[in-house]
Design a protein around this ligand. Structure first.
Ligand code: FES
Length: 67
């Protein structure tokens, strides 16, 4: 695990809000896995909505094994 890698290369997953995958990961770490809640917290999916599929895919990857 290398947190520095994430910080040096933030991946913007939502161009409208500039939300990065690291910001979403932080919400997941806090137990927030609901798209609406993450949207409110980070601003992701609050614009054109074009990132929704990507965000859901990221969420699924992060919480895989939870079901
Ligand atoms: S790219 Fe995320 S709302 Fe537009």
């Amino acid at each position: 695990m290398n947190p520095t890698e994430l910080q040096s290369k933030p991946e913007v997953i939502c161009r409208c809000s500039g939300t990065t995958t690291a910001q979403i990961q932080r919400q997941i770490d806090r137990g927030v896995t609901d798209l609406d809640a993450i949207s409110q917290a980070t601003g992701v999916c609050s614009g054109c909505g074009g990132c929704e599929a990507e965000v859901l895919e990221f969420l699924a990857g992060c919480v895989s094994g939870a079901g």
